[in-house]
Design a protein around this ligand. Structure first.
Ligand SMILES: *Cc1c(COP(=O)(O)O)cnc(C)c1O
Length: 425
């Protein structure tokens, strides 16, 4: 692997950008390497500034489910751009994307489009608080909901501990409204409701966690949360920014048959452009301004180019239903990786749903943040670096999801498996 231009570009970047990157994990710190700089991408393949090519299993952290530079998406984007790139005035495209989301996600009757997943979650929380007149929010350790102030609160907490901020710059006064529970632990949430029930505006979670590595919620856990929220008049928020249109058309809630009150979306619905969405029942969504008094706004919300990319992506997913094929490819890849590691005696656990998965370097089941943290992150770092050297780009952290796209081919999977066989971990 040539690494001359990548190095130069990184040296140049650190002089003008904090850490040289515009989002922290891109810095490769946890895998003990310096970042590569991408020149272009097509299908499942990234090409960096030195001309190295990589089979991509990160896919811009999830959005590129059709692969990079998909023709149908690019055509719609070009058409939209030729008409002007932003008006700050409504377009028919926004209604089309909203209709597609409403049709796909059973619990959504109305949608507000925003410009990122973070913004969607921020709005969902404000809306839940505004609609219920309550301040507290239950979140789960290890779940990531964007860099929203009061949700940057995570580990190191007991069952009923009030949240402490996990980043400087987040006032303790904000974080104290965040109540923490371990993922998949209904008993812990029951205790929180016993102690704080009338103050809890919402319970928010990733119905399949992607941001501590892939961890599936147990169905009984989700059903229990639904029942607790109903009993106490709190709202259940599913953060499906990763899982929406990834696990299946319509998201995890459709697969598991548990309905959220509010759902946040992002990533795939923008087809590689900045987007976010918040949706739910009309009776809750009506609290958003201008219909209601919970304020939310955005200069570039519903941007026509982003929306065109989203529509093209969803249309292709709906028309071609690639989900069974994506799942079969991913199952094959995970099974084979598992067999290789088993033969080599490398301790591992692979969690997968649909076309997202994580290879955890540990032995026991990974069901929550505490069990995820038991992984050997040094071994992951070695895995990442050796795979990169072999032309395979994985997420640069143990605690992230791998994704497949419709552009991945059998030959690419075989090449990936050949690289896994050659690892020395
Ligand atoms: C990526 C992600 C977000 C944040 O979305 P951004 O577009 O990066 O702001 C929020 N929630 C979940 C579950 C995510 O995976």
């Amino acid at each position: 692997m040539k690494n001359i231009r990548n190095r130069q570009l990184f040296e140049q970047a650190v002089k003008v950008i904090p850490g040289g990157v515009n989002s922290p994990v891109r810095a490769f710190k946890s895998v003990g390497a310096d970042p590569i700089f991408i020149d272009k991408a097509k299908g499942a393949v990234l090409t960096d500034a030195d001309g190295n090519r990589y089979i991509d299993y990160c896919l811009s952290w999830g959005p590129m489910i059709l692969g990079h530079a998909d023709k149908a998406v690019l055509d719609e984007v070009k058409k939209a751009m030729a008409r002007g790139t932003s008006y700050g005035i409504p377009t028919a495209l926004e209604t089309t994307l909203a209709e597609m989301i409403v049709e796909a996600v059973d619990s959504i009757e109305k949608v507000r489009l925003v410009s990122s997943g973070t913004e969607a979650v921020m709005t969902a929380i404000r809306l839940a608080r505004g609609a219920t007149g309550r301040d507290n929010v239950v979140k789960f350790t290890g779940c990531y909901h964007g860099h929203v102030d009061h949700l940057l609160v995570q580990a190191g907490s007991g069952l009923t501990t009030l949240g402490a901020p996990s980043s400087p710059g987040v006032p303790a006064d904000f974080a104290k409204h965040t109540l923490l529970a371990p993922y998949n632990d209904l008993g812990a949430v029951e205790k929180l409701f016993e102690a704080h029930g009338p103050t809890i505006a919402a319970v928010i979670l990733e119905p399949v966690a992607g941001n501590m590595g892939v961890i599936c919620a147990k169905k009984a856990f989700l059903k229990g949360l639904r029942a607790l929220c109903d009993k106490h008049g709190s709202l259940l928020i599913f953060d499906e920014v990763i899982t929406g249109f990834r696990a299946g058309y319509g998201g995890v809630q459709k697969m598991l048959g548990v309905k959220a009150d509010l759902t946040t979306l992002g990533k795939i619905i923008g087809g590689g452009f900045p987007i976010g969405a918040i949706g739910g029942q009309a009776a809750i969504m009506r609290h958003l301004s201008p219909e209601g008094s919970v304020y939310q706004a955005g200069t570039l919300s519903g941007n026509p180019v982003c929306v065109a990319a989203g529509i093209a992506t969803l249309r292709e997913l709906k028309e071609t239903n690639p989900y069974p094929h994506l799942e079969a490819m991913t199952l094959h890849l995970c099974t084979q990786i598992g067999e290789i590691f088993k033969a080599e005696g490398v301790p591992h656990t692979i969690n997968r749903i649909g076309s997202m998965f994580t290879v955890f370097f540990n032995t026991g089941a990974v069901t929550d943040y505490a069990s995820a943290l038991k992984c050997d992150t040094q071994r992951y770092a070695a895995y990442f670096r050796q795979m990169l050297e072999a032309g395979v780009y994985l997420p640069p952290s143990q605690f992230e999801a791998n994704f497949l796209s419709t552009a991945h081919t059998e030959a690419q999977l075989n090449k990936t498996l050949a690289a896994v066989k050659k690892l020395s971990l």
